[in-house]
Design a protein around this ligand. Structure first.
Ligand code: AMP
Length: 151
């Protein structure tokens, strides 16, 4: 854990707060929706990153996207779970940060997202940064430095 007294908040980088790629559940672009739903239900996450076969970050996929895609006029068309692939529904509008990005950049980026992805310059996936990790760090910093915030 960072020592917030020694390490000023603004010097903290995405790298020190991220969950590294090897601990992140993900799915691949060519997986059927069935596989993605299995990963989401088993992990308990509402969304996970989507990677290509070379481990480049491509977007995210969540339970809502999948359920909307298989929703027919009157019923869920379950057969689509095996027919439709992740690359047909992947959400590509998730912002990314890089390992060296500073705390303020990370804070701003996670405002609208429960997590964002950390990628390198070539787009390879390094991990994820959750809003929880950012808020935890901010909370700790404010508590340790309470006096700074008094009028
Ligand atoms: P949390 O702040 O831990 O609730 O995580 C927020 C969101 O980040 C979760 O709902 C998931 O979408 C994603 N997430 C967190 N940890 C992981 C992980 N280890 N693997 C994949 N996705 C994750």
């Amino acid at each position: 854990m960072n020592d917030v007294k020694l390490l000023p908040l603004l010097n903290i980088t995405a790298e020190s707060l991220m969950i590294p790629s090897e601990k992140v559940a993900h799915v691949q672009m060519n997986n059927p929706l069935e596989h993605a739903l299995l990963i989401l239900v088993k992990s308990g996450y509402s969304a996970v990153p989507v990677l290509d076969t070379s481990y480049k970050f491509k977007g995210t996929i969540g339970k809502n996207i999948i359920l909307n895609r298989i929703l027919g006029l009157e019923r869920f068309e379950m057969e689509k779970l095996s027919e439709v692939r992740v690359d047909e529904v992947v959400n590509q509008t998730i912002p990314c940060v890089q390992k060296q990005d500073d705390f303020l950049t990370c804070l701003k980026t996670v405002i609208d997202y429960p997590f964002v992805c950390v990628v390198d310059q070539e787009g390879y996936f390094d991990g994820i940064l959750t809003r929880r990790a950012i808020l935890k760090q901010l909370n700790k910093y404010i508590h340790v430095n309470k006096d700074l915030f008094k009028a």
